[in-house]
Design a protein around this ligand. Structure first.
Ligand code: SF4
Length: 694
């Protein structure tokens, strides 16, 4: 721990990195953080933290921070600093001019899962009420949008079913498409503790992640699937459970839609869905699949944990539904120790989705076309609202290239580094007449911006984050914003300037409005959070202090609904030119595009993204450990250093995406999930060859 004198004051706040949502006491000396102390009463972390959270403050005072607004006429011009008044007036004038020229739907906004609930709520309100359309989307589009759709269709609500504490009573954990040791370290520690107590673990992942075998913990089974075959392996597991009669028939009869179950059972029972029939597709030994299926179905409390390795596929939603099917078929929903639990990548993915940041949904996942819901917002906001869903992020970029979408307000998001098929992103951004970036640093997206509005860090603002277990926790201001404003205040200034008045004095008033308009948040307030520490939604009259476990007596949608989940291979194919499959992930010390972690003490670790390649594939190509390699796909090519390792299987290569010098998303494709457009980051056909460097 780096200490800078003795603290003078402190406040309890929430980590701004991953979806675990650890509580910290930020100990301050004046405007300087002295240290971040994991908070023992934090209900998500119980006094623990990882290396990211402990050093989560260095970027707040980093010299790279931009603290003055800047504008420029063309993206090739140099930036020049202006006053806040001038920047806001210029932004409003540009957006009004664009709408006058191209129509009301020619502008929109993107919110970020790094921002607070109150900030994301205000961005969607600005777009819907100030811009007069529903062209608002969130970066959850590119990570967990299939979770939202898949779980709402099967269970009736777009969220994980359990609290983290539930892991303490899990007997079997099925971990698929997630690497908690790196992505969700504090929760990984809780999983390991439970495994040391005797619980069993099934890992389904193309890579031999740490939890497959780490000191004192060893997975019972590791199913090393070929990237892109999640739905096939889940069909094979379901086939075993149904054909060997390992289902929980009483639970299904009492809790689920009988017809939907019958259709699903008939489908998965077909021989073509057996582990043997699908072995050539998944690459997994059928006997291993059978053993894993039997363990999950009969080993006691079965808890599923999954991550972006499930959602970021062309069948992301199908895979989420397939997981829900398994849990319902075995009666593993609705009590402590079981469930279907998405491990959210960013601190506030759950919250940004809850707050109505999708183009088709208001807060609480209610469709903009639902008349009585829309009317409640119209009455509260005093303005008529558009009943038609707006554009998703990729559609905004398509429309820009087509010349119909010309103005974009981006709060806390770096789509030019984080989103797939970067050529498409940059073409769309370049075509726009006014791109407004609100961020801490001049990120990659700012290269295409005409207005830069400096943002504030989590240490400089009040608000709330909602973690992966639906837990709403306070973010407390301990520093004066170096840029002059909290992010929600900037959105409010823009709204006032475009002609839709907002006059919140404090984010608690924004949360009061959310509670007033959202049945699942009806009881949430800053007062309640300050009194009880945190609550998990739904939090309303029926559950005044929140709901740790959902779907206890019945599913939110009434009866649980099985879906037939047919495996459809991705259109991204390997072949002689691109024979390897690239998949991507995270590493412990870095967070997403690294804009924050690269500017903290974490910068000492993992200074570059590496390409993991199996020794067999490396030898075939003359690639040695530590040498430069070129990774080429149909979308583009990048250069990075190779790491020769058996963590990946032959035919599979892997890298992280934390560093802009690598820009891993140059090579990823523009294929996306059929239901939500979530990009297929996890499967890209590539060739790897020796290189002299970038
Ligand atoms: Fe906790 Fe995640 Fe922050 Fe680490 S990065 S301290 S696990 S919230």
């Amino acid at each position: 721990v780096i200490e800078i004198g003795q603290p003078e004051h402190s406040a309890v706040t929430t980590c701004a990195y991953c979806g675990v949502g650890c509580s910290f006491k930020a100990e301050m000396r004046g405007e300087q953080v002295v240290r971040m102390v994991p908070y023992k009463d934090g209900k998500a972390n119980h006094g623990h933290s990882c290396v990211k959270g402990r050093f989560a403050w260095g970027y707040a005072t980093h010299r790279d921070r931009i603290t003055k607004p800047m504008i420029r006429a063309k993206i090739t011009d140099p930036w020049h600093e202006v006053s806040w008044d001038e920047a806001i007036a210029h932004t409003a004038s540009e957006f009004k001019h664009i709408q006058a020229k191209y129509g009301r739907s020619s502008v929109g906004g993107i919110t970020s899962s790094r921002c607070t609930n109150e900030e994301t709520y205000l961005v969607q309100k600005l777009v819907r009420a100030g811009f007069g359309n529903n062209n608002v989307d969130t970066c959850a589009r590119v990570c967990h949008s299939p979770t939202g759709y898949g779980l709402s269709q099967t269970f009736g609500t777009s969220a994980g079913t359990q609290d983290f504490d539930s892991v303490e009573q899990a007997d079997v954990m099925l971990l698929i498409g997630a690497n908690p040791t790196d992505g969700h370290p504090v929760f990984a520690s809780r999983m390991k503790k439970r495994l040391r107590e005797g619980a069993k673990l099934i890992v389904i992942d193309p890579r031999r992640i740490d939890l497959v075998r780490t000191p004192h913990v060893e997975a019972e089974y590791h199913l090393p699937i070929r990237p892109g075959t999640n739905v096939a392996i889940l069909s094979a597991i379901a086939h075993v459970i149904v054909t060997e009669n390992l289902i929980d028939a009483d639970y299904i009869r009492e809790r689920c839609d009988a017809d939907a179950f019958a259709h699903w059972a008939e489908f998965v029972s077909q021989e073509r869905n057996s582990p043997e029939a699908l072995a050539a597709t998944t690459g997994v030994d059928p006997e291993l699949v059978r053993k894993a299926a039997r363990l999950y179905a009969t080993g006691g409390n079965g808890a599923i944990y999954y991550g972006l390795g499930i959602t970021e596929h062309s069948q992301g939603t199908t895979a989420v539904m397939a997981l829900a099917n398994l849990a319902m078929a075995t009666g593993n929903i609705g009590r402590v120790g079981v469930g279907v639990n998405p491990l959210r990548g960013q601190n506030n993915v759950q919250g940004s989705c809850d707050m109505g940041s999708f183009p088709h949904e208001y807060t609480g996942y209610r469709h903009v076309g639902t008349e009585n819901v829309r009317e409640s917002f119209e009455i509260d906001w005093g303005i008529k609202l558009d009943p038609e869903p707006g554009l998703r992020i990729p559609n905004m970029l398509d429309a820009a290239i087509d010349g119909t979408f010309m103005g974009l307000y981006i709060q806390g998001e770096d789509i030019a580094q984080s989103d797939p098929d970067i050529k498409h992103i940059t073409a769309g951004l370049s075509a726009m007449e006014c791109v407004v970036v609100q961020d801490l640093f001049l990120n990659e997206t700012a290269q295409f911006a005409h207005v830069f509005l400096p943002g504030s860090t989590f240490l400089e603002k009040n608000g709330t984050f909602t973690n992966a277990e639906r837990r709403i926790q306070r973010v407390r201001k301990v520093m004066t914003p170096k840029n002059g404003y909290e992010d929600w205040e900037i959105t409010q200034l823009i709204s006032n300037a475009v002609g839709f008045p907002m006059n919140y004095a404090h984010p608690s008033e924004i949360m009061d409005e959310v509670a007033r308009l959202t049945p699942t948040f009806a009881n949430v307030s800053f007062d309640l959070l300050d009194r009880v520490g945190s609550v998990q939604w739904p939090c309303n009259e029926a559950a005044p202090e929140g709901t740790p476990i959902m779907h206890i007596d019945h599913f939110v949608r009434g009866q649980g609904r099985f879906f037939v989940t047919e495996y459809v291979p991705t259109d991204e194919k390997t072949g002689p030119r691109y024979p390897l499959l690239l998949t991507t992930g995270r590493i412990l010390s870095q967070y997403n595009v690294g804009a924050q972690t690269r500017r903290t003490e974490n910068s000492a670790w993992h200074k570059e993204d590496l390409l993991e390649i199996h020794p067999h594939d490396a030898e075939q190509r003359g690639v040695t450990d530590g040498s430069w390699v070129k990774v080429a796909s149909r979308s583009g090519e990048i250069a990075l250093h190779a790491k020769v390792t058996e963590r990946v299987a032959p035919g599979v290569v892997y890298t992280t995406f934390h560093h802009p010098m690598t820009m891993a998303n140059i090579v990823t494709t523009d294929y996306s999930d059929w239901a939500t457009n979530c990009p297929e980051y996890k499967v890209t056909a590539v060739q790897v060859s020796p290189s002299n460097g970038p």
